[in-house]
Design a protein around this ligand. Sequence first.
Ligand SMILES: *[C@@H]1O[C@H](CO)[C@@H](O)[C@H](O)[C@H]1NC(C)=O
Ligand SMILES: *[C@@H]1O[C@H](CO)[C@@H](O)[C@H](O)[C@H]1NC(C)=O
Ligand SMILES: *[C@@H]1O[C@H](CO)[C@@H](O)[C@H](O)[C@H]1NC(C)=O
Ligand SMILES: *[C@@H]1O[C@H](CO)[C@@H](O)[C@H](O)[C@H]1NC(C)=O
Length: 501
Amino acid sequence: MTLSNQWWQWCWWLRSSVLLLLCVSPLVYSNDILCIDHHRHPSHSTTYQQHTRQCNKASSTHVKKATQTTTNKVYYTLHCADKSAVCDHVNHTVRQATDILSSLLQLETPLYANVSYFSFCDAFDECTIDKSEISIGQAYPSVSYLMTDQSDNMTRMYPQATLKQYTRLKPKPQWLEYDIISQFNADNYWYYSDDPSDILPTQTDLLRTILHELVHGLGFVSSWTDDLYQRFEPYVDNLTPFLTPMLLIPPKQLDTIAQNEDTNHGNQPFWGFVEFPLDKYMVYHSVPLTSITNLLNHWGDANVLYNTIYDMVNAWINSDLHLYAQSAYHGSTTAQDIAIALPNKNDTLLMETSLVPFADGSTLSHVDYSSYHNTADYLMTYTTKPGVGVTAMNKNFPTGPVGPGLLHVLASLGYRIKRPGYQTIRPTLIFWNPPDDLVGTTDNPTASASIVPNGPARTPYPSSSSSSPAPSSSASIAFNSTLPYLLSPLLLLLCIFFVSL
Ligand SMILES: *[C@@H]1O[C@H](CO)[C@@H](O)[C@H](O)[C@H]1NC(C)=O
Ligand SMILES: *[C@@H]1O[C@H](CO)[C@@H](O)[C@H](O)[C@H]1NC(C)=O
Ligand SMILES: *[C@@H]1O[C@H](CO)[C@@H](O)[C@H](O)[C@H]1NC(C)=O
Ligand SMILES: *[C@@H]1O[C@H](CO)[C@@H](O)[C@H](O)[C@H]1NC(C)=O
């Protein structure tokens, strides 16, 4: 072997190593697990933005131990405020609800719900809402993971319970202890599932309420919201309402940018809109809402810093994109305009779009009340009458409280159903790898800010900026008083029942 030959080989080795390094480093980066914690917001009325953080990877021993020692079903921990006999009734009802879900879902990993039962009046000082209703329960995923769906290249927020069904995921996140956080109001007049008498017309069925809330926690939730409209509305005269998915906030956001959130001050970023997995199946007539999300993400290429909120508002109005967002609003407030297109079935499930104005949490995260309240798919309507419980509904709909349409949706979200005829869909997911030049993050701290001097933005009127957000967002609670109770994932994720007093 000649010297030059050795030299060449060494050179080749060096080159391969460099190539390998180049290839490996982005891979390592893309293995970062980015997640979003969901909380109950203390105030009902402010915009709720969600911050992305780094979540941990599971150690391999942790994964092994979990799969060897537990049955794959829905587990719960009940925190009951008073230790009276009532807790035994609540416990019985929660057990029945989790048993029903465990009997329907062939879970790949055990699921855990943290269920609390306490007085919202004592704990949140929330004794009535609008003097005539109280909220009776809420549930939300504890955490969602930002995943890119390889079948359509969209990045979405996967609630932990949903992502746990994707067994081939690598690496595995170190799951948070609880998938679902749910709270039920002890101030309400409940009917428990072990009550020997029939439900009274004034009682609310706790079993039905818990099942409904847990299904939201499994991932039956939409990201479409009027939050951005609420944010821009004070700055423009007669702004036409519009709808977008939730705002994406990347990790490594600069503190100097974060502190401008929801204020009149400083630079305002836009990094894109992000859906939940359920939103993938939503169609407006036959147009997928995802195609609207895609168009909206062209705004500033989803990587733009505006000098001020006024520049941001002007840029939004000057672009044609707000027209798509307006049409989404129109669809969400016109009965039967938006549906879930069940991918394996030539069928649709109509979503709740008859509330005007848009009711954050009620609209789109529920099935259409008028179409389904008296069908086997009644469980996920946003409202129902007290005095109508699962037992009575089972007589008419012997398939049980989780109807066939809802089971198809759960199968499309990735759950395996223990009944024949449901095809589980699990596209290949990879952990979201954010671009590394995102403006206003520590990776790109000196990005220049866009100025948009021409446009309708003006200073908010003093009264409107201090008053609580106006008609549209409070609509979720200022509803027609003939509705006995109303259910709403408040501020996108919190699923709340309201009941008339
Ligand atoms: C609920 O019942 C289970 C047994 O099924 C028991 O272990 C648990 O302590 C009970 N929880 C409460 C809060 O009573
Ligand atoms: C579970 O709920 C209880 C009562 O609301 C709360 O104190 C506790 O922090 C929760 N645990 C987790 C891990 O979220
Ligand atoms: C997703 O993006 C990749 C790379 O940019 C591309 O090759 C692929 O065709 C895209 N897939 C779809 C379904 O758009
Ligand atoms: C789907 O259903 C519609 C009407 O319900 C029908 O016109 C259409 O042919 C069906 N398509 C398929 C592929 O079965």
